[in-house]
Design a protein around this ligand. Structure first.
Ligand SMILES: [Mg+2]
Length: 299
């Protein structure tokens, strides 16, 4: 069904393209194929386009690659400037000058592409849960985000330690590091994985916030750069509302493209619950209505 529809669509497209190239209107365009949902088809899913974009668009590939390429072009400068540091002042208790250099990388949708997991959720009409997520991580099938391997290897070759600061739970460390190693990412040793639940002396962890683990990294390393797909990968988001997030961008926007590097992720992220007061307990219809209300209609 799917292949025949695609073939029919492709034929129609070729017909139109040929006519336009000749500068003529298509005199008798073929009837457009009508996509009909086969029996048992999955219901509409809000994430379909986002996952499709990540998996199939060259635009996504280009964005990820240009991000890592630009970051690589800043590495030597970051190494040379003794005061260059990518931790916000509030998360840097000790001076970074003179410490070993490191780069902090979030894992999911920054280093590893989990879009097949998202695709399965779309196919199955399911939402994220810890059980299916842990099963996906255990498969170790995540592929690297385009461009990340080249960047990470270039950094490691310069003596920069790659720290993987992730909200994957600590019990997923072994599978995560195996996946990273299998894909050619530098993993100095098991200690470079700073998962959710990592104990940080003198710092009280607030939910899944990463500030304590960033502080831990800063005690041992001068952090040259941070990479993520969420604002919270770079600094603590105390107020996850449109206003709170905008305030952080006002304060740290200039850090992006120098010390901070953001990867595109339209499939999930803290930007979404910011639209419905971070209350996932609301029925899905209520959350969808809140998201629609958050759109800008210029009216
Ligand atoms: Mg992530």
């Amino acid at each position: 069904m799917r292949s025949s529809f695609l073939a029919a669509t492709a034929l129609a497209g070729l017909f139109s393209l040929a006519a336009c190239q000749r500068g003529e209107p298509a005199a008798t365009p073929p009837a457009a194929p009508v996509a009909t949902a086969p029996a048992g088809a999955v219901p509409a899913n809000d994430n379909l386009n986002a996952v499709l974009w990540v998996q199939t668009s060259t635009e996504y590939q280009a964005l990820a690659r240009q991000t890592f390429k630009a970051a690589a072009d800043h590495l030597d400068q970051a190494l040379a400037e003794a005061n260059w540091d990518a931790l916000v002042p509030g998360e840097r208790a000790n001076a970074g000058t003179g410490l070993k250099p490191a780069v902090i990388m979030d894992v999911d949708e920054t280093v590893l592409d989990n879009s097949p997991y998202q695709a399965r959720l779309v196919r199955d009409g399911k939402a994220y849960d810890e059980v299916t997520w842990a099963a996906w991580v255990a498969e170790k099938k995540a592929r690297p985000v385009p461009g990340v391997v080249d960047f990470a290897r270039a950094a490691a070759a310069r003596g920069v330690t790659i720290l993987y600061l992730s909200n994957r739970a600590e019990h997923l460390q072994e599978a995560t590091l195996a996946n990273l190693r299998a894909e050619g990412l530098p993993v100095a040793d098991d200690s470079v994985f700073l998962g959710l639940g990592t104990y940080v002396e003198g710092c009280e962890q607030n939910g899944s916030e990463k500030n304590c683990r960033r502080q831990l990294a800063g005690r041992e390393y001068r952090v040259l750069m941070q990479f993520g797909d969420q604002l919270g990968d770079f600094t603590e988001v105390v107020n996850n509302t449109a206003e709170g997030r905008a305030a952080l961008m006002d304060e740290y926007g200039d850090w992006f493209g120098e010390r901070w590097w953001m990867l595109p992720n339209p499939t999930y992220g803290s930007w979404e619950p910011a639209a419905f007061n971070n209350d996932w307990s609301q029925p899905v219809e209520v959350r969808r209505a809140a998201k629609q209300d958050a759109l800008d209609y210029a009216q």
